[in-house]
Design a protein around this ligand. Sequence first.
Ligand code: FE
Ligand code: CA
Length: 476
Amino acid sequence: IASGYPTPEGVVLWTRLAPEPHAGGGMPQATVEVAWEVAADEAFRKIVRRGTEIATPRWAHSVHAEVPGLAPAHNYFYRFHAGGVTSPTGRTRTAPAASAAAERMRFAFGSCQQYEQGYYTAYRHMAQEDLDLVVHLGDYIYESSWGRNHVRKHDAGEPVTLEEYRNRYALYKGDPDLQAAHAAFPWITTWDDHEVQNDYANDRSQHLDARDEFLRRRAAAYQAYYEHMPLPQRMQPRGPDALIYTRLDSGGLAVFHVLDDRQYRSYQVCARPGRGGSNVIRADECPERLDPKLTLLGPEQEQWLHDGLAAAGARWNVIAQQTLMAQVDRTVGEGRSFWTDGWDGYPKARERLLGFIEGKSVTNPVVLSGDVHTFAVADLKVDFDRPGLPVVATEFGGGSITSQGPSQKQTQAWQAENPHLRYANGTRHGYIAMELTAKRCTARMRAVNEKEPDAAVHTLAAWTVEDGRPGAQRGA
Ligand code: FE
Ligand code: CA
């Protein structure tokens, strides 16, 4: 069970009927009626809404019930009934009304949860926090087995077909700590590459598979994603296309602009011979990188983001997206090199976005990112090579739930070479707990030992952004 995409009036409730989750679901080729209930209390004495949905084999007997008519900024409990069985109970929370002067908002964000590389200890602790919302920035599943020191194993090879992707979600979602974090709070989610394939870009696979073949795979992967996430029905994919970028309001305090930087992007520049996907390239050997036609969001989403940033009346503009936005020159000393899968592969697109934010004086922009498996804090500038320029936005990189990151030596070199990168730690794993008030935004990096299911959590570092003053300050 899960819930997601809270509005002031409602929330999406999700479940999937799958008595044999690791073997395609185990349901008959027939539709099944699923009843849902929403109550004000955990004992379901005060039921405030109920309804039914039809679970179909076409969508793996998943349910995406859009509950209307709830009160803003309230906690609710929910459960499902089907075939004489009652689900566990989940708790969720609606968003505050747009007109409400919400005093405080708390949310956590995370990404990158390679199943083999660690337990979901981070989620066990996240479920115990006092949160209004969880934001997931992608790599919810990994298609491939990789990395060192596995604590558990994928039960199958790389998924390509719909049934194989479904089974991979079933494996990940069987984890009780992940289930607890879903049952505790509503989530909003976006995907990165590993929900389909490492480093894919738009309709191009990293192996340069035939386009039609890759789009069939993308369609299977997108469908399985929809079937396993608490997404609203409007995000249901059509073939290989799914519109999942969206905007959520949290009272007058925050607007969340949730991006999709995979589906519409230009291909990565200067790939290795005979391959697609990422590369680390020397800047002077890849002038194509500076082509202003390169896009990470695609023209429509880019325009949509600009419009939304210009119109937002909230105190904080939270841009929830996949990969590190700050420039990271990876060559120590003379010469510069960049990794082409992140914003560093699309520098003119980044300049357009940050230039727009500066030009329109967008209120308190805070960028959340995942992907690089590194807890990071960065001051974002329109041109990172001109140290005198003002800071226009603040970035927090959420580390990874389990996926292994760069060594301390690597992140120290990044920081020495890139002074706007204020903090970087790829050796620890967990999530960031955020608190927003009218006066400040506080980020607490919550770290665990992911190799131990019972490990304690502690705050690795805390950083603050003050209202009206872009740029991070150390401390809470
Ligand atoms: Fe990742
Ligand atoms: Ca350099």
